[in-house]
Design a protein around this ligand. Structure first.
Ligand SMILES: Cc1cn([C@H]2C[C@H](O)[C@@H](COP(=O)(O)OP(=O)(O)O[C@H]3O[C@H](C)C(=O)[C@H](O)[C@H]3O)O2)c(=O)[nH]c1=O
Length: 184
């Protein structure tokens, strides 16, 4: 597994070793022992899987009391996956980084606890699966506005059209008003 820090060093791009042959391909997508070395103390407790149509944007979401680290990958189509640093003491606080993850490139993104996470579907549809380092806690979830002027996230909007959002995401908070992750 090749690991490359992104513009936000704690957000990592992971590229698995793909074994192709006349039948297709095989790859190991996850090994806890690898993460024990890469990210000591991170244990994954929940797997998620979602499917979305083109132009759908989910996020940006984060939990504060039970912050979730997320290991994201795409099994169908392509998404633009984004992480925003919500850790108020971080040198990259308020910075956003994105990566195109696809069934084709098989790349994975590690979004650490304390980051807001969201994605936009660029392909006709996309299915993404992701491992979480803590459990879903709906009462602890916060939403950050996808097009906040401070974050200036350069979403690759299809034909420049506004994304399709859930009601929750339409009502998301601006970065200025969103609660920050306070590291002890
Ligand atoms: C996240 C989650 C949701 N749900 C239920 C709650 C709702 O009945 C339904 C859809 O939830 P929501 O609209 O919050 O789903 P997304 O908009 O895909 O939310 C996710 O979007 C961004 C990209 C994330 O990183 C988070 O994992 C998560 O917030 O699934 C569960 O039962 N368990 C869960 O872990």
């Amino acid at each position: 597994m090749k690991v490359t820090p992104t513009a936000i060093p704690d957000v990592l791009l992971l590229e698995p070793e793909v074994h192709g042959d006349h039948r297709g391909f095989f790859m190991e997508t996850f090994r806890q022992s690898f993460f024990d070395e890469l990210l000591p103390g991170v244990k994954f407790v929940q797997d998620n899987h979602s499917k979305s149509g083109q132009g759908i944007l989910r996020g940006l979401h984060y939990q504060l009391n039970q912050p979730q680290g997320k290991l994201v990958r795409v099994t169908t189509g392509e998404i633009y996956d984004v992480a925003v640093d919500m850790r108020e003491n971080s040198p990259t606080f308020g910075h956003a980084v994105g990566a195109l993850l696809s069934a084709e490139n098989k790349h994975q993104l590690w979004v650490p606890p304390g980051f807001a996470h969201g994605f936009y579907v660029t392909s006709e549809n996309a299915e993404m699966v992701y491992k979480c380092s803590d459990y879903y806690a709906p009462d602890d979830e916060h939403s950050l506005l996808w097009n906040d002027p401070v974050l200036r996230i350069d979403w690759p909007l299809v034909k420049g059209a506004s994304p399709i959002l859930s009601a929750k995401d339409k009502a998301a908070l601006s970065f200025a008003n969103a609660p920050r992750y306070k590291t002890s």
